[in-house]
Design a protein around this ligand. Sequence first.
Ligand SMILES: Nc1ncnc2c1ncn2[C@@H]1O[C@H](COP(=O)(O)OP(=O)(O)O)[C@@H](O)[C@H]1O
Ligand SMILES: [Mg+2]
Ligand SMILES: [Zn+2]
Length: 501
Amino acid sequence: MLSKVWSAAVRGIDGFLVAVELDLTNGLPCVNTVGLPDSSVREARERVVSAVRNSGFEFPCRRVTVNLAPAELRKGGTQFDLPIALGTLIASEQVLPDTPSEGLCFLGELALDGSVRPVSGVLAMASSARARGLRGVVVPRANLGEASAVPGLEAYGVSSLKEAAEVLRGLREKSVEESVPESVQQEEFDLSEVRGQALARRALEIAAAGGHSLLMSGPPGCGKSMLARRLIGVLPPLTQEESLEVTRVYSVCGLLPAGAGLLRKRPFRAPHHTATATALIGGGGNARPGEVTLAHRGVLFLDEFPEFGRDTLETLRQPLEDRTVTVTRLRESAVFPAEFTLVAAMNPCPCGYLGHPKRRCLCSEPVIRRYRGTVSGPMRERIDLQVDLAPLPFGEWGSAKPGEPSSAVRERVLKARAFASRQGRSKPNTLLSPKEAREACRIDSEGWSLLESLSRRSLSPRSLDRLLRSARTVADLEESGAVRRGHLAEAAGFMGKWETL
Ligand SMILES: Nc1ncnc2c1ncn2[C@@H]1O[C@H](COP(=O)(O)OP(=O)(O)O)[C@@H](O)[C@H]1O
Ligand SMILES: [Mg+2]
Ligand SMILES: [Zn+2]
């Protein structure tokens, strides 16, 4: 009295196939699950027993052993309810599977009444079924959008255990894609609403063109948050591949809206400064991805940057460097992607008015030093662009002339990126190694003499490397193969002047 049904689980943001093997033997009625199930899987039996009974089937009065293979990988999630219930029905000969159903992978949580509830991670799990050559997936109806996003895989959306059993018996057609709703690509924030702040707007454009991180410093109310929110709108649209990655992350975290297909918009995450290091980089009891992963392929905006606290900010250095985070839980570790653009904003001092033309700063020098010191030197070395904003003059605020719209800026950004790729650069400039940046820059003698004088004025070798990356982007915006003195000079203006306090 054996049965075997395919299912899947998630590790990190990757799915892997799991064989749900089930054996019915004589003995006291009970359900035993083996094969490294975690507590969420062990709870399946209560739901499965009720769901089977309430769907017009009988739960066998036998000893049920469920084995999840491969045994060495820890398995979590409620998606095994459905395959366990179906395996029980097959082993007890209440359902005779049709031969082609061998190539199907079953995912779904059961409610006590036998209806099927959505689960997280369907996109990742369905992709693993496709990779292993299975024919199709049977998923909760609410997850049909993501399952249908996997090319070459048949998707069946079911709303009850009964319907899933019908798929198994070959009685149901694969779900015809009810035109998967793709999340609309309308950006609600536009740069035309931002007045003045030419320098910061320029920094935002360079950041978008080269994928550079950006730190804005300025008094309250000068437009830092406004600008940060508008970075998404000037970045290139997500590629199909990137869309799949982002959707996978949100699906694994259970943050995909029910019925959603692929996410088409870059994520914008703005955690509050009271967020813990775990919330930012991930981990904790259930090894959840953190904000850096939720911002993958998008923007992580940290407002009131120093308020996050030095220790929390330091934990960001590793993902900024590696573009991934490793989260460890029990004896297993999972790697999550973390390719985000960091945008940070801060006041110049705790009161916010240092350097303000009209208001007096009330902070003492040691207080200012401590405030800025929260953002360590090594942390600042990882932020390519730094810009100081002045308060918005009334004349500019009241001006009838709107700012340049996001669409115009995005066009230049796309042109610069296309130029970079024609030059043979396949990754954003912010990711260039010092050696790659130097090779890509082809600096002439005038440029070298500027670099030399900058280095005499205390720019460290690390800072010079950082300067080359952003100067490369400035030149890309002009579609210039060589990085000239003017490009270097502009990039040098975005290096930050904190050392001079
Ligand atoms: N440069 C600007 N152009 C137009 N409106 C602005 C500008 N700066 C600030 N404002 C107005 O002030 C409000 C607060 O701006 P915000 O971006 O939150 O400032 P900050 O983050 O620097 O404190 C905005 O919602 C907007 O109404
Ligand atoms: Mg703000
Ligand atoms: Zn102050």
